[in-house]
Design a protein. Structure first.
Ligand code: ADP
Ligand code: MG
Length: 623
């Protein structure tokens, strides 16, 4: 059996295996690797350092990634997927307020299921799309370092929840990457500046990240090499794009031209010109001068830095308000911040730094690294630590194998991922899958496979006496607490009634290092196929749950529906039912989509709360 180079006790890897750091951004993504001397560097050459986080899908289902995909934005907006990161780990109801922001079709599956995107009759979820971007970065990294890359650290925003982090891990698996750790972007940015590497150091750090479409501010506390997030704030729909739009609007206003009268293509082209103007004046050009043709009319497009600063004052002020709110939440005054780290391409706008320097003092500002590269650079530093290349840094104890529970369809729902630092505490909500379900079996597993049948069962217990409610309504909180000695306490509690059950487990008991090794290897070897199998299983579960709810709905409201509506519903249900035995995910999702689309208006008409009003994905069956 091949030896795997991981130290079971520490999770540390043997030297020699490159581990890359990846910044999977909303607008742009980058990959970096630490040199032999530990200094991180972005992989790529002059004009392909940055990979735009864009996926273009053609009629045959072939994908273009990065720059080539971004070039399709104006021409094929309905099949060019940008801002995938905004969709990761989210449901349609999370996104519906921003539906007009997306130019492609996001499936309204009428419940709390994670979103799917449709392009040319094929269905894609954000995990697959992010996986494509990660695969592109992996390939690029392999090209630039002439070695196979199989291990990575990936960054996510500090506010990402558990399911968004899990989705990011799954995307890595699909790309053929073993994700050693998910790291917060502000933590990575701090590491890039060497903050947190000295165990003697205790500091409060404010990370100000203004990217293309999002703004985040995070306050971190580092002590003995451990980062703690004290507070986060921001606006997920505020970024450099808004500054571009402000410039474009200014030009149109001067000419007395209405934005609404521009074609899609003109809007896109004018925004790009505005971005060019912004970058020019922010890079020292005194006065940007150009023009733009709309039909017969010629728009004068000029800009100075002073103008930009004044035009965008309201946007800038918004970010400063968030900074103040974050300070407030952290219980700190501006003087309590020791370091300020600037992240994101938009912090290249000089007045941003000026404002922050005004609040915190110039000498606290860290801005000598490229702001669009710091997150990836820091991820590479973390990767280097995990690769065991930095002897000076003590690694904390970690969980050698993932821990989770069984959900509907025999799937492993990982609650504490492999390589998590201990002690750790994670809670997650689940719900029932049938009406009046009184019992719920909590089966605890250990391992890296997506189907529990292939993992190691640690224990199981039953939560009894759940009050009778329609499927999907009860909220069952499952908590995993692993203490410093590696003892795992699993609790399950029905939120409304308070009924509770718990159990103590020793996950490491009776497990040899060789067995752990074998489980890890099996996990790596099957990762991609496993995630695909899981997605198929999820589509099947979702489909059969929809048939169940629709059937119940028809029974309950039979007299309110016309014969045509009933027979059509039955037929669509039957068609969906037939696809469930196929192994074609697109067929299943297509049939689910059609049944959903057809029945939604009835539900709206009858204002029936029960149709599709279920908690997202995480259902557990009856015993
Ligand atoms: P994200 O974190 O959202 O993936 P980035 O950190 O790469 O995004 O930032 C992209 C944004 O940075 C874009 O809005 C771009 O216009 C802006 N940007 C890049 N360079 C400059 C510059 N020199 N001056 C002003 N803005 C810039
Ligand atoms: Mg970013």
């Amino acid at each position: 059996m091949p030896k795997i180079s991981i130290n079971i006790k520490s999770g540390e890897l043997e030297k020699g295996q490159p581990v890359v750091g990846i910044d999977l951004g909303t607008t742009n993504s980058l990959v970096a690797l630490a040199d032999k001397d530990g200094s991180p560097r972005i992989l790529g050459s002059n004009n392909d350092v940055i990979v735009p986080s864009v996926v273009y899908l053609n009629e045959e289902g072939k994908a273009l990634i990065g720059k080539e995909a971004r070039n399709m934005l104006a021409e094929k907006p309905e099949s060019t997927i940008f801002s995938v990161k905004r969709l990761l780990g989210r449901s349609y109801s999370d996104l519906k307020d921003h539906a007009d922001y997306f130019s492609y079709r996001i499936i309204d599956n009428d419940n709390e299921q994670l979103v799917q995107i449709e392009a040319h009759g094929r269905y894609y979820n954000p995990v697959e799309l992010s996986g494509m971007i990660l695969a592109e970065l992996k390939e690029k990294a392999e090209k630039y370092c002439g070695q196979k890359i199989e291990k990575a650290v990936i960054t996510v925003p500090a506010y990402f929840n558990d399911s968004q982090r899990q989705a990011t891990r799954d995307a890595g698996k699909l790309a053929g990457l073993d994700v050693l750790r998910i790291v917060n972007e502000p933590t990575a940015a701090s590491l890039a500046y060497g903050l947190g590497l000295n165990p003697e150091e205790a500091k409060n750090i404010l990370v100000y990240d203004l990217g293309g479409g999002t703004f985040d501010v995070s306050i971190l506390k580092i002590e003995a090499g451990v980062f703690e997030v004290l507070s986060t704030h921001g606006d997920t729909y505020l970024g450099g794009d808004d500054y571009d739009r402000t410039i474009a609007m200014h030009w149109l206003n001067i000419a007395g031209y209405d934005y609404k009268n521009l074609s899609m293509r003109e809007k896109q082209a004018l925004r790009l010109l505005a971005e060019e103007a912004k970058m020019a004046v922010c890079s020292g050009e005194m006065n940007f001068n150009s023009s733009f043709e709309i039909g017969e009319q010629k728009l004068t497009c000029s800009l100075t830095l002073q103008q930009l600063e004044a035009l965008a004052e309201a946007l800038t002020q918004k970010t400063i308000n968030s900074v103040n709110l974050a300070l407030n939440d952290a219980g700190l005054e501006s003087s309590g911040i020791d370091e300020v780290v600037l992240v994101g391409g938009s912090t290249r706008m000089p007045f941003i730094k000026k404002r922050l320097a005004g609040i915190f003092g110039t000498d606290k500002i860290n801005d000598n690294l490229n702001p669009d590269e710091v997150v990836a650079l820091g991820a590479a530093v973390e990767a280097d630590i995990l690769a065991g290349n930095r002897r000076d840094i003590l690694l904390l104890d970690v969980t050698p194998l993932s821990l989770g529970i069984e959900t509907l369809g025999g799937l492993m729902d990982v609650i504490i991922p492999r390589n998590s630092k201990v002690p750790a505490r994670v809670g997650r909500q689940y719900t029932t899958s049938v009406d009046g379900q009184a019992n719920m079996k909590i089966s605890v597993y250990q391992g890296e496979r997506e189907l529990v049948a292939e993992n190691r069962k640690l224990a199981e217990f039953t939560l009894k006496g759940i009050p009778a409610m329609p499927a999907g309504l009860p909220k069952i909180e499952v908590g995993f607490l692993i203490n410093a000695d590696g003892i795992l306490k699993v609790t399950a509690q029905e939120v409304r009634s308070g009924i509770k059950q718990e159990i103590d487990i020793q996950p490491g008991y009776g497990l040899t290092d060789e067995q752990v090794e074998k489980m890890l290897l099996d996990g790596f070897a099957n990762a991609g196929a496993d995630v695909a199998a899981r997605m198929l299983q999820e589509a099947k579960t979702e489909g059969s749950q929809l048939i169940y709810t629709v059937q119940r709905f028809i029974e309950k409201n039979a007299e309110m529906l016309s014969e045509m509506e009933k027979s059509q519903t039955l037929q669509l249900s039957e068609e969906l039912h037939k696809t469930l035995n196929s192994d074609n995910k697109d067929d299943i999702l297509g049939a689910t989509d059609r049944l959903n689309e057809f029945t939604r208006p009835f539900a709206e008409r009858l204002m029936d709360e029960a149709v599709g009003k279920a908690l997202r994905g995480n259902k557990i069956g009856e015993i």
